[in-house]
Every structure is written in structure tokens, then in C-alpha cells.
Design a protein around this ligand. Sequence first.
Ligand code: PXG
Length: 288
Amino acid sequence: MVIYLDGKYVDSAEAKVSVFDHGLLYGDGVFEGIRIYGGNVYRLDDHLERLEMSAKAIMLSVPLDRAAMSEAVCETCRRNNLKDGYIRLVITRGVGDLGLAPWLCEKPSLFIIASKISLYPQEYYDNGLAIVTVPTRRIAPDALPSTVKSLNYLNNILAKIEAKQAGALEAIMLNQQGYVAECTADNIFTVYKGEIFTPAASQGALKGITRATVFDIAKELAIPMREADLTRYDVWCADECFLTGTGAEVIPVVKLDGRVIGTGKPGPVTDRVRGSFRQRVLVEGTRT
Ligand code: PXG
């Protein structure tokens, strides 16, 4: 495997960062997870824009401009002959000393991995996921904006451990007020009386690229959709529920906290959104 690392394409065995990198020492950095379908990088510009904004929010400079970044992503895919897979783009604060001070880190480090992805098993797309609500809360937006896709995923990881302990593959994280924020690596949606609802970023949701696609799909299919404050009750009593993420794409949820959602089978709105998503990824995207 060939990795892009700070301007060079190197073998994965040589792709190493320092133990003094603040990305490792403090989770000081930002990242993106991007998909490539049939040689087209899905919504690359949107991902690069989010990366730039995440970096701006933590006062980290992106080493390359948009065009050069785009080219580096495509070239990494080409060098690995990757047509379908998952791209991880990471910018760390770079090498510093053992103190927190980011201004002592001379230059940020940028690396790009173009690899395969492990998806949820197909049966969950066909039959839906059973998920749980976990005790670990989403970090409050006034502590760390949920819109920043940072290298600090520890609370999501704790939530993921709690999900596993409860026998679930994904989990709802609530915000400090007890409203549904999102899942550990996916945005969440409910369908109620023909309308789609999803928590706002102000409630602790990441502005997911797949989530943005669902807004576009809803518009195209003339399905009413809006952001709303959701409680667990709203999810238990929804007609349908689904999750979205770069890795998960669009996946139905049929149970939350032991309560069957709707009919207990993936619903018609979820199916339409999923169908439209599958179409879009095949035709949209930046050709590598
Ligand atoms: N919320 C959180 C907290 C996330 O980390 C999403 C929502 C969905 O956003 P996108 O832009 O992907 O539609 C994410 C996605 C994976 C994976 O394997 C995904 C994420 C992080 C790590 C792994 O799908 N972020």
C-alpha cells in the first residue's frame, strides 16, 4: 500500500509519524473519512471544505490548498489502484515537545490512506439494526464543536464500548440536555407521518456529508425534511429510523433500547432514501 505522507508517496511500512506528534500525544488534529465508488471520489470538495473548516476552528493550517489536496487524494487512490474503498485524510498538529503548546509544533503533518472499508454485514441493510442509548454523552458544543471532525474521539469510543457491552453495533449519544445528538460514527434520522427529522448541529451532531446528501435526496423526492430536537421517545415512537455515515451509507434501524420501531422492518421512506443514495454514489463524484 502506498501512503501520501507530507508531500511524498511512501510504502506503508515507511509511513510513520513521530512519538512527539501532537496528534498522537493530545489528539490535536483533524480528519476526514471519504469513499470512492467506481473510481469516483464521493463529494470530495465537500469533505475538503469540512476539513478546512475543522482545521480553521482549531487554528491549524492546512498544508495544501484545495486543488493540491484534491490532487493528492486522487493520486493516492491511483497509486493504490483503488476504485472502491475508503480514504482517510489526517492533519495532525505535527511534532512538538511534551507540553500542550501547539505553537511549538513547527509544521502540521498530512497523510492520506486509501484502503478498503469494513461495512456492516448485509443482513443489517436488509433487516435493520437494533441499537441502544448509551450513558456517555456527546461532548458539549461549547467544549468542542461537534462540527469539528477532530482526532478526539474518546467519548465516541467509550460509547462504542458501551454499545458492544449491550450487544449493539451502534449507539445513540445524547447531549447534555438529554436530546438525541447522533450515533458514535453516524448521524440519525427519524421518519414520522411522512416527514424526515434529524438533530441539528447545535444539538451535538456532526454535519455529516451523507446527512447533507439526505437533505438533497429528500428535496428531490419531495419528502418533507427538517432539523428537530429529538428525544429517545421520538425515536422509539417513530414510524422509521435510519442512520447515515460515510462508512455505513444509509442503514435502517428497527429497534432502540428494546422498543421495536414502526413495523420492525426497514420502512418505505428509508428504502427510497437508500435507493436514491445508491444511485447517486455511482454517478456523482470526482473522477480519479
Ligand atoms: N457523526 C460522527 C461523530 C462521525 O464520526 C458521522 C456522524 C457521519 O458523517 P459523514 O460525513 O461520514 O456522513 C461521522 C463519520 C466510519 C467512520 O468508519 C466514520 C466517521 C469516523 C470514523 C469512522 O464510517 N465519521
